[in-house]
Structure formats: C-alpha cells, structure tokens
Design a protein around this ligand. Structure first.
Ligand SMILES: [Zn+2]
Length: 100
C-alpha cells in the first residue's frame, strides 16, 4: 500500500467501513510508516474533538468545506503533524466563529 492510498482510507478505517483485508493492510502500513501513523492519530484526535464539542451549528456547506480542506491536508503525504495541527486549529476556530 502506498502512502497516498493509505491517506485516502484513514477516515473509512475510523468509521469502521473497511473490510477486514483492507483494514489489516492499512494497519500494517501504519505500523511501519510514521508519517501515516501521525496522520491517523491527528484524524482520530480531530474526530474526538468534534464529537466532544457536540453538534456544531454551522451551515452544512461550511462544515463540508472544512472537512474537505482537512482531508486534502491529510491526503498529502508531505503534510507533517505540525501542519495538520495548524489546519485543524484554523478550521475549528472558523467553525466556532461561524457557529457562535
Ligand atoms: Zn505511509
């Protein structure tokens, strides 16, 4: 499995939507590839953060754009965790501002 492919499957893995085979291959890659493992941890943290905040009252298209931007950052094999953290913080703040 190449990094780009792994990145595209991370959110499916979190949602439990991967079949056993794909999930096993993905976890094998995460065990050997630190950048992808970082991306997976960052994504999991983000999902927990959003869930902990409860439903955020923002226009659907705004939330969707944030999710797309975040996923685009995740998909890039060049993105390190610090940069992901910045994207997450920016989008979280933007959602809070719009929703508050
Ligand atoms: Zn990788």
């Amino acid at each position: 499995m190449i990094c780009r492919h792994v990145r595209s499957l991370l959110s499916d893995e979190l949602d439990g939507e991967l079949n056993e085979d794909a999930s096993e291959q993905l976890r094998k890659h995460l065990g050997a590839c630190e950048p992808c493992a970082d991306a997976f941890r960052a994504l999991r943290r983000t999902v927990r953060f959003i869930q902990a905040k409860g439903p955020v009252d923002v226009p659907a298209d705004s939330a969707e754009r944030s999710a797309e931007r975040f996923l685009a950052a995740l998909m890039s094999a060049d993105t390190d965790e610090a940069e992901l953290g910045r994207v997450i913080a920016e989008e979280a703040q933007r959602l809070t501002l719009k929703g508050g």
